[in-house]
Design a binder for this molecule. Structure first.
Ligand code: SF4
Length: 358
């Protein structure tokens, strides 16, 4: 759950953009290697221009884990700043410029529901020894800690296939949190579909299934989704192709299965960036992912026509502004410092470190 917002004081509102950019650059020059600013690909350009590294959640988690910087400022949503906190050393300080920038999908799996699901699953199966939890990095610390406690692992959209292999080498069954669609698309690519894959609805007893169905299934999917990616549908792809038969469509695996099936290619944010770069000059491409990234790709590849499949923006990523960034740098270590409960941290970190080792 996103933390309550520490309101941006008036002093940092209504500032001249150029002046703010210069003040942020001055802080970066003064702090040198002691400061690391990370910016997720979905951040606005005026934030990304100050990032030492921009990347997807997997790439930035790796950078955070290897950093020697004393101050790590994470421009992204809450679970990303929390992951950096989990991986950072005790003497490093992780800062989130806007503590109200959460992720609705991460909030869809919460402690009471996941623990009840685990208990019910154990009752249906006669124990959970043969089940491993796998959680998408887009989850809260409690879900990661639950995963770590039960021998499970974190994944991102970049490494989900490898993590599935790792987990299926150790258990008969996976329980995937919290994104139904990344789970379903990854399971499908591994040959699991039909009764192999069950959607667990936390609002229903035993997720809405009987014990025989649960015994039979290989992959259980928590009923959660990213509204930014489920916005895309097959009619949009069809319309794009009717308007331009040569157009190519690439989408993110948080999109629904039928959208992924209808696209020319699908993959993580890093995959989409590389895929667009690899298309020949003159290509016309429609991209089904977050708007800020698509617009940046369009500007980067002026020799191609790269446009959004439809406009879909993450309002939580959008919350972080240069004003927030300047505020946390002006008040370094005094505001928006990320803290994680010590016990949760230990369990969640185990699950994250398993991922980094895979
Ligand atoms: S794009 Fe979707 S998954 Fe990513 S932060 Fe926004 S709501 Fe969460």
């Amino acid at each position: 759950m996103a933390r309550p917002r520490q309101s941006l004081p008036d002093e940092w509102l209504g500032l001249d953009p150029q002046d703010m950019a210069e003040r942020i650059r001055a802080h970066r020059g003064r702090l040198g290697d002691d400061l690391l600013i990370l910016g997720h690909h979905y951040q606005k350009d005026e934030v990304i221009e100050h990032a030492d590294h921009s990347g997807d959640s997997y790439g930035l988690a790796q950078v955070a884990a290897q950093s020697r910087a004393r101050w790590i400022v994470f421009c992204g949503v809450e679970f990303m700043a929390d992951s950096a906190r989990l991986l950072a050393r005790d003497d490093q300080v992780v800062i989130h410029p806007d503590t109200s920038a959460g992720c609705p999908m991460a909030d869809m799996a919460e402690r009471t529901g996941t623990e009840r699901a685990w208990r019910e699953l154990g009752e249906a199966l006669g124990g959970t020894q043969g089940v491993l939890p796998v959680t998408y990095v887009n989850s809260d610390v409690e879900t990661k800690a639950f995963t770590g406690r039960h021998g499970g692992i974190v994944c991102t959209s970049s490494n989900a296939a490898r993590v599935f292999d790792w987990a299926l080498g150790r258990a008969d069954k996976l329980f995937f949190f919290p994104d139904e669609h990344l789970g379903r698309n990854t399971a499908f690519a591994k040959g699991f579909h039909g009764p192999d894959v069950l959607l667990w609805n936390p609002a229903l007893p035993m997720g809405g299934h009987d014990p025989a169905e649960l015994q039979r299934a290989r992959v259980l999917l928590w009923k959660g989704f990213c509204h930014v990616h489920t916005h895309f549908n097959t009619a949009m792809i069809q319309q794009a192709r009717e308007a331009d038969p040569d157009v190519k469509v690439v989408v993110h695996p948080e999109c629904e299965r039928q959208v992924v099936a209808a696209a020319d290619a699908a993959g993580s944010t890093a995959f989409i960036i590389d895929w667009c770069a690899a298309q020949p000059a003159g290509s016309r491409i429609r991209v089904g992912t977050e708007l800020n990234l698509v617009q940046r790709l369009g500007r980067r590849h002026g020799d191609k026509e790269i446009l959004p499949l439809d406009r879909s923006l993450c309002p939580n990523m959008w919350k972080i502004s240069p004003n927030d960034l300047l505020w946390v740098l002006d008040r370094l270590g005094e505001v928006n410092v990320v803290e994680v409960d010590a016990e949760l941290r230990q369990d969640a970190r185990v699950a994250l470190e398993r991922m980094l080792a895979v």
